[in-house]
Design a binder for this molecule. Sequence first.
Ligand SMILES: Nc1ncnc2c1ncn2[C@@H]1O[C@H](COP(=O)(O)OP(=O)(O)OP(=O)(O)O)[C@@H](O)[C@H]1O
Ligand SMILES: [Mg+2]
Length: 257
Amino acid sequence: MLCLNKINKVFNAGTVDENRLFSDFSLTVNDGEFVAIVGSNGSGKTTLLNMICGTLIPDSGSITFGKTDILKLPEYKRARMIGRVLQSPQMGSCGSLTILENMALADNKNRPFNFAPAVNRQREDHYRSLLETCNMGLENRMGVLAGSLSGGQRQALALIIATMADIDLLILDEHTAALDPKSSETLMQITQRVVSEKKLTTLMVTHNLRFAVEYGSRLLMMHGGSAVMDISGEEKQRLAVEDILGKFNEISIECGN
Ligand SMILES: Nc1ncnc2c1ncn2[C@@H]1O[C@H](COP(=O)(O)OP(=O)(O)OP(=O)(O)O)[C@@H](O)[C@H]1O
Ligand SMILES: [Mg+2]
């Protein structure tokens, strides 16, 4: 269980730009839950994910994952249990390495370094089978540089390599945002499959209300550092875009949009 308790976060404290984003914010995410997070620009979605991953430290409050107090761990140690895919296709893989090399690197995550070859050819069939699940023909292009892939292909690769190691938590921050509608849909289907196969606890930020409604087991709407909507269970399954559009318009108007 991921548990954020009474989180406070103020940016630029004591200046004219002071922004008290989170005040006693609490959130509990059960194991295996797939939470879609929506909300207007600047509502604190990325900051929330960054505090979980260790990129940002809250001013006060606690964050535990299972029995671990993750606030005590630096970002690189939290990365052992967290897989992350961000908005930019450039961020999730190394463009100057081939698909095979990227996968070999990800395969070695959490393993001790030694003098073995970086790419273990015996694992190639395993990598190929993972790529085949994307249905993008990437399994036949394992020797090409990741930098030469299209945005959609590269995000699919990023998702596969982010979830190759034995992680417990998957963090997706607008991972479909740079893609065309068809590629976004494909990536969402791959996401759904990986999340359910690996039973990953997942937090996915998206601006696509339809994805938030159709995918995931819970929907959270953020506004000004608070969750103004939190829907799960059967209510989530019955949810339609129109049901959340009204609330979204309300908060957007409040933001001056
Ligand atoms: N490192 C920082 N220093 C100062 N202010 C920050 C910092 N990071 C975030 N903020 C501020 O916190 C607020 C929330 O930002 P955040 O990136 O979490 O929003 P978001 O909900 O992810 O928005 P978007 O939908 O545009 O990605 C914004 O007003 C932003 O300017
Ligand atoms: Mg953001």
